[in-house]
Design a protein around this ligand. Structure first.
Ligand SMILES: C[S@@+](CC[C@H](N)C(=O)[O-])C[C@H]1O[C@@H](n2cnc3c(N)ncnc32)[C@H](O)[C@@H]1O
Length: 401
């Protein structure tokens, strides 16, 4: 039987009977706490940790054997192998779903994955204010790289996460702030590498939340800016999964600030545009005449591969070749490098080495302020780098025990 079988049931509607009062039963109780609210524990005596978990979860405790009924799941873990076999066999014969870890051949289901909680901890599915009793997804922005740019709310979500599903542009230091017991899954997208399809990510969010977990979907920058956050939320809405959104500092704000480039300035730019430079079939289908207007700042995300095309199009549509341009490499991290030039003339530094992603392109006269307003010394940053290359666990290979 597969783990997904149990997920066919609505855990909140199952009539769960846990047979046993010792450490084996406690281990199962910890796995289901907060996930299956209707639980009766059958034991003549309970070890103290299990007794306090039963009180905290308001589970019924009885000293008799369970009676077969509809919609039941029996979790058999008395610590006595022979007794467990007899009880599990009764369940099997009666067609009751059963999980008896000491007798794998008698198990008709497996428990959903779950992190362990100790007997003094809050149930993992309850929020600090007690509102979330079920699985939940927090769509969290991790900011552009410097871990100190994480919001307090994002930090709180990470600290109580059961599961963290993260992208490539999330720094190691930020991941290190998550609950140490949380499972981590890497679903990053890089052009050169195999990536988890978006549908697979959406499904993973739904599955882990339905299994009763507090899931943090962690994305670089802000999840609603070129982050597919909207698509993932639509999948959660369709599946009836609760969620919230924690915005993050987007790359444009973070990188521009750390490069000394105010994105707007009364003397230079009255508006700012965030633009995708992602090429589709070798071209960028953008409103170039609107982009080539003056008095504004353009920020191109994902634009490194299209840099030449962007420059050529903007000038072809009338933007002055002397307009300042900045390319910011690995902004806000210890590896940040800022290359300053103009639309018509790229800086020599760009030709000297291959800029390493992620990079952001800023175009507009605000860029000329960078040489005066520059303040950030990359060595100031607490950030050491991205998860890429540090052996994150891909979703497809992560353990799901
Ligand atoms: C898929 S978009 C995600 C943007 C993200 N949601 C945000 O709000 O910043 C990825 C692009 O963001 C830009 N980016 C993200 N972090 C960056 C950083 N630290 N330095 C430079 N560019 C960055 C790059 O252009 C990169 O290709």
């Amino acid at each position: 039987m597969t783990e997904s079988l149990i997920l066919q049931y609505d855990p909140s509607r199952l009539d769960v009977h846990l047979i046993g009062g010792g450490s084996e039963a406690l281990a199962l109780a910890q796995r289901i706490s907060g996930l299956m609210p209707v639980v009766t524990v059958h034991a003549v005596s309970l070890m103290p940790a299990l007794a306090s978990l039963c009180r905290a979860q308001e589970w019924a405790v009885r000293d008799d054997e369970p009676v077969v009924g509809a919609g039941q799941l029996w979790l058999v873990a008395s610590g006595d192998g022979e007794r467990d076999r007899e009880v599990a066999s009764v369940a099997v014969e009666a067609g009751v779903a059963v999980y008896a870890p000491a007798h794998p051949t008698l198990c008709s289901v497996r428990l959903p994955p779950r992190v362990t909680v100790n007997d003094t901890a809050q149930p993992a599915s309850a929020s600090a204010d007690g509102h979330w009793q079920r699985g939940h997804v927090s769509l969290v922005g991790a900011g552009p790289g410097d871990p100190e740019l994480l919001t307090l709310k994002a930090l709180k979500r990470l600290q109580r996460a059961d599961v963290v599903i993260h992208d490539r542009l999330v720094s190691q230091e930020i991941l290190a702030l998550a609950n140490p017991a949380a499972r981590r899954f890497y679903v990053g997208k890089a052009r050169s590498r195999h990536s988890v399809p978006q549908e697979g990510i959406n499904q993973a969010l739904v599955d882990w939340a339905r299994a009763g977990n507090q899931v943090v979907r962690l994305k670089g920058g802000d999840p609603f800016i070129f982050g597919r956050g909207g698509e993932e939320l639509e999948a959660l809405v369709a599946a009836g999964v609760d969620f919230d959104v924690v915005p993050g500092i987007t790359a444009a704000s973070g990188c521009a600030a750390y490069a000394g480039i105010p994105l707007t300035h009364r003397d230079h730019a009255q508006s700012v545009r965030f633009v995708t430079g992602h090429l589709k079939n070798g071209s960028c289908d953008l409103d170039w005449s609107a982009l080539a207007r003056g008095d504004q700042t353009l920020v191109f995300y994902m634009g490194l591969g299209a840099l030449d095309l962007i420059r050529e199009r903007l000038m072809a549509y009338g933007l002055d070749g002397a307009t300042p341009l900045a390319l910011i490499e690995q902004g806000t991290t210890a590896n940040q490098r800022v290359h300053l030039g103009t639309l018509s003339r790229l800086p020599d530094s760009l030709a000297e080495h291959q800029p390493r992603p992620p990079t952001l392109i800023v175009v507009g006269s605000v860029v000329e302020l960078a040489s005066r307003l520059e303040w950030f010394q990359p060595t100031d940053s607490g950030s050491l780098g991205w998860v890429e290359g540090k052996h994150p666990t891909p979703l497809s290979q992560a353990d799901s025990a």
